[in-house]
Design a protein around this ligand. Structure first.
Ligand code: SF4
Ligand code: SF4
Length: 392
């Protein structure tokens, strides 16, 4: 929820400065600086809101270094709404010049334009131009792009036992970079007896715009999604970064992570092929501290016979991906990624499940830099494969 200045001050004053959140804050652990801790940031926000401190570059730097991982919020005994505080501080105080670049907006808003961009980028990859220095900025982080999918608006289930109807959120990053997970989700939902609706007018969840303090843009995107999903069907998300943002700001709708929904379905009519191997799970912060439904991923994967489902050590700490953070705060993002890669190495992980495309891209880049051969999959892809689904 976004707060007004008086409400921000009131919420910040609920922090009793106990410091219990400090050991849970990745940026505090790395810098040792109070100003980069949740307690310190809350005091800074309050001081700026009360005109005690200036809204200057130093203040902004401490806000920008926050990952919005909300580990502090989960640890806080006083339930201080840190997520709302940081979103509001960014919206109220982050200088306008840092807001979402105007050139990026049309692509984020329009699936058609995004698909045109994907086709062009795919061509540069196929011609090898990306390796010749043609790749710029975020495009250097892109995995091998697939042909964009023209999603149908309905995927009816052919199962004899109909269980109901749901709607699926495509998300700009997922439909561009992770269409296999969307296809796998439709496959599993149909197999379980759910018709899947894919509203054509849906758009980006607005989380990146919000992270950059661009209130007008995130509100416009939310309004379009509110209208697109007016049917009242549950909205299932496959990227927890989008799911957490929609659940927080589209409160009139029932938003659920796909794994949380699937874990609670009736699986008695389906048979999953056994998977006799260890499946490690990385908990995205948006699932763990935002939607608080990370346990459902383990419950879902444990439905696969013989799969040994194990938590990746250090799961409480953000991987450093954090939406656009991996681009805007690359030093801290790399430090946190190194910790994640060390866990993967120490536990000899060969298959890692993650529910967020942002984490997946960030970790995949780190693994590639180390020539590590680890399969990174969305949990629903792993489940779908045991039902006979294959990636395109
Ligand atoms: S745990 Fe909560 S009350 Fe304590 S310092 Fe952190 S935010 Fe403030
Ligand atoms: S959201 Fe994460 S990085 Fe930001 S203050 Fe809280 S624990 Fe630290």
């Amino acid at each position: 929820m976004r707060l007004s200045i008086p409400n921000l001050i009131q919420e910040a004053e609920r922090c009793v400065a106990c410091g219990l959140c400090l050991p849970h804050c990745p940026t505090y652990k790395k810098t040792g600086s109070e100003a980069d801790s949740p307690r310190g940031r809350i005091q800074l926000m309050r001081a700026v809101a009360q005109d005690i401190l200036p809204n200057n570059e130093r203040f902004k730097a401490h806000m920008d270094l926050c990952l919005s991982c909300r580990s502090c919020e989960s640890a806080c005994p006083n339930n201080v709404a840190y997520g709302s505080l940081i979103d509001s501080a960014r919206a109220l105080f982050v200088p306008k010049k840092n807001r979402l670049a105007a050139w990026a907006r049309p692509f984020i808003r329009s699936r058609k334009l995004m698909n045109v961009a994907v086709r062009l980028l795919r061509l540069t990859q196929q011609l090898g131009l990306d390796k010749l220095g043609a790749g710029i900025g975020a495009t250097k982080l892109l995995p091998k792009l697939k042909k964009p999918v023209n999603w149908q608006t309905t995927y009816p289930s052919l199962a004899a036992n109909k269980q109901g109807e749901v709607s699926l959120f495509l998300a700009c990053a997922s439909q561009t970079l992770d269409s296999d997970t969307l296809a796998a989700s439709i496959h599993v939902l149909n197999a379980l007896g759910f018709d899947v609706q894919v509203p054509a007018q849906q758009t980006c969840c607005g989380s990146i715009a919000r992270q950059m303090g661009d209130v007008a843009e995130s509100d416009a995107l939310l309004a379009r999604n509110r209208a697109s999903f007016a049917s009242g069907l549950p909205i299932l998300t496959v990227a927890s970064g989008c799911g957490a943002g929609l659940a927080d700001y589209l409160t009139s709708h029932q938003v659920q992570d796909i794994s949380a929904f699937l874990a609670n379905c009736d699986w008695s009519k389906l048979t999953l092929k056994p998977l006799p191997q260890r499946v490690f799970v990385q908990d995205p912060c948006t699932l763990r501290n935002g939607q608080k439904s990370h346990a459902a991923v383990y419950a879902l994967l444990k439905k696969i016979p013989q799969a040994e489902v194990i938590a990746l050590s250090g799961n409480g700490q953000c991987c450093g991906g954090a939406g656009a953070y991996m681009l805007t705060q690359s030093d801290m993002a790399q430090q946190l990624l190194n910790d994640k890669l060390a866990s993967i190495k120490a536990q000899q992980v060969s298959l890692l499940a993650t529910s967020n495309i942002g984490c997946s891209l960030h970790i995949a880049r780190g693994l590639a830099a180390k020539n590590a051969t680890v399969q990174l999959r969305h949990p629903v892809q792993i489940v779908a494969a045991q039902l006979g689904w294959t990636a395109s």
